[in-house]
Design a protein around this ligand. Structure first.
Ligand SMILES: CC(C)(COP(=O)(O)OP(=O)(O)OC[C@H]1O[C@@H](n2cnc3c(N)ncnc32)[C@H](O)[C@@H]1OP(=O)(O)O)[C@@H](O)C(=O)NCCC(=O)NCCS
Length: 164
């Protein structure tokens, strides 16, 4: 399989937040932002592997600042790392005040997407070919998150007396 550069699958979506996106406090509901993250991560992953993908997990989702109704939200996704059948996609969320043009970084999320074949089974994905120093750095950090995830899973199974 031909390696693919992160820049070949980088994806972005912009949405205008309306009343239907509000929580009871009057800000944008966190679930709306999570859904957008999942959507854009899926697009980046599909562009990387050229196959159907499913979300296997969301490793982390930070909410640094509330998003207000009437603001634009832009979600940008990049494939940080690709393993056998799974990929880590990093998503950066920014809000934009349309009149002042003030932009704020409001969330970061890391999602694991798995490629599926026509029978719905996990299938191999192309390797990632990071080019820039930042892309190499992101790949190393993704590997660290994966190692931690697998170590945690093993420790929990061990604690329950289950063999992984
Ligand atoms: C994700 C899924 C396909 C994995 O199936 P599985 O039988 O566990 O397959 P495998 O054990 O072969 O694992 C496949 C890959 O998924 C990864 N994976 C499985 N569970 C994971 C989890 N909870 N978090 C992160 N990665 C996970 C494995 O590490 C493996 O990656 P690798 O091949 O790159 O090493 C399956 O659990 C599934 O279909 N889940 C439901 C997905 C879904 O409905 N998502 C929401 C809607 S899109």
């Amino acid at each position: 399989m031909e390696p693919r550069r992160p820049s070949e699958s980088t994806s972005a979506l912009t949405r205008w937040m309306g009343i239907e996106d509000a929580n009871t406090a009057g800000y944008v509901h966190g679930g709306v932002i999570m859904r957008l993250c999942d959507e854009v991560a899926g697009i980046a992953a599909i562009r990387h592997c050229g196959m159907r993908v499913v979300t296997a997990g969301m490793d982390r989702m930070t909410f640094l600042d509330p998003v207000h109704i009437g603001q634009l939200v832009t979600v940008r996704a990049t494939v940080n790392a690709a393993w056998r059948t799974s990929m880590e996609v990093g998503v950066r969320v920014e809000s934009e005040h349309v009149r002042t043009r003030e932009i704020a970084h409001t969330s970061t999320a890391y999602l694991t997407m798995v490629a599926l074949d026509e029978n719905g089974r996990p299938t191999r994905v192309p390797p990632l070919a990071p080019e820039t120093a930042e892309e190499h750095h992101r790949e190393q950090e993704a590997q660290l998150r994966r190692n931690n995830r697998l170590a945690e899973r093993e420790a929990i199974l061990h604690g329950r007396g289950v063999r992984p």
